[in-house]
Write a protein that binds this ligand. Structure first.
Ligand SMILES: NC(=O)c1ccc[n+]([C@@H]2O[C@H](COP(=O)([O-])OP(=O)(O)OC[C@H]3O[C@@H](n4cnc5c(N)ncnc54)[C@H](OP(=O)(O)O)[C@@H]3O)[C@@H](O)[C@H]2O)c1
Length: 246
């Protein structure tokens, strides 16, 4: 990449929640963004219009990251539209909670396919196709260190993401590509609030040392740092952005 080239990013799962906040933030940082979505076409297209209205560049691309062809498609469209990819944010993920004794194979396979398989294929594609000097930012979760009942499979997928993050950082260092992960605490999105009562949500917010739940923009700021010029010496790290909860 030459110094006057626009930097470009793929953000998986950017139709809502944390991914949408990351797409908005990177676009504000001057990055052209591929806004990936699975089912939320209307939301992804609305987000692209908002980014464009603010003077940024973005396109919405449908791809299921559990499908082996999905990640390759995102790179193909990104390369054709913007000339190359510099930043890959492996944000898309799902969470299905149940005690291990009650977890069926379908729940296990879906979480593995999206949370671990999608990130694996993203890292593999990124390792092959990111421009030198680029950044891969994966998504773990602070629940990895909490060992709470009900989180067995979800936490296991995120522990796998953390392991691969450390290893790929060592494999790509020679090309000046950094590989890090963000491990958020409770962030007020559908993934966190679905299935919880108002009282439960409030109680969790009060348990956090900073006294509130996280918001998507709290995490977008961390991603902006990891994708930007000030994080040049940060590599192979898991950033636990969680208000001090663990
Ligand atoms: N919220 C939290 O408290 C929290 C805490 C720790 C870690 N995290 C992690 O942060 C990431 C984002 O979570 P969130 O809270 O923003 O979740 P969210 O609001 O539920 O959004 C999830 C996003 O992922 C996309 N997605 C799901 N399955 C996909 C697939 N197969 N292919 C492509 N995209 C897919 C969804 O797209 P469509 O809607 O278009 O289907 C949506 O845009 C996840 O990896 C999650 O595990 C979240």
């Amino acid at each position: 990449m030459t110094s006057n080239q626009t930097r470009t990013a793929i953000v998986t799962g950017a139709s809502k929640g944390i991914g949408a906040a990351i797409a908005r933030r990177l676009a504000r940082d001057g990055v052209a963004v591929i806004v990936n979505y699975a089912r939320g076409r209307a939301e992804a297209e609305a987000l692209v219009r908002t980014i464009e209205a603010d003077g940024g560049k973005a396109i919405a691309v449908q791809a299921d990251i559990a499908d082996p062809a999905g990640m390759a498609l995102l790179f193909e469209v990104g390369e054709k539209t913007f000339g190359g990819i510099d930043i890959l944010v492996n944000n898309a993920g799902i969470m299905k909670l149940s005690p291990l004794a009650q977890t069926d194979d379908a729940s296990f396979h879906t979480q593995i396919a999206i949370n671990l398989g999608g990130v694996f294929r993203g890292m593999r594609e990124g390792a092959r196709r990111l421009r030198d000097g680029g950044h891969i930012i994966n998504f773990s979760s602070s629940v990895v260190g909490l060992y709470q009942p009900g989180y067995g499979v979800y936490a296991a997928t995120k522990a796998g993401v953390e392991a691969m993050t450390h290893i790929l950082a060592k494999e790509l260092g020679a090309r000046r590509i950094t590989v890090n992960a963000v491990a958020p605490g409770p962030i007020e999105t559908a993934l966190f609030t679905d299935g919880k009562s108002e009282a439960q949500i409030e109680a969790i917010g009060k348990m956090i040392p900073l006294g509130r739940l996280g918001q998507p923009d709290d995490i977008a700021g961390v991603v902006s740092f990891l994708a930007g010029p000030d994080s040049g010496w940060v590599n192979g790290q898991i950033i636990r952005a969680n208000g001090g909860v663990v």
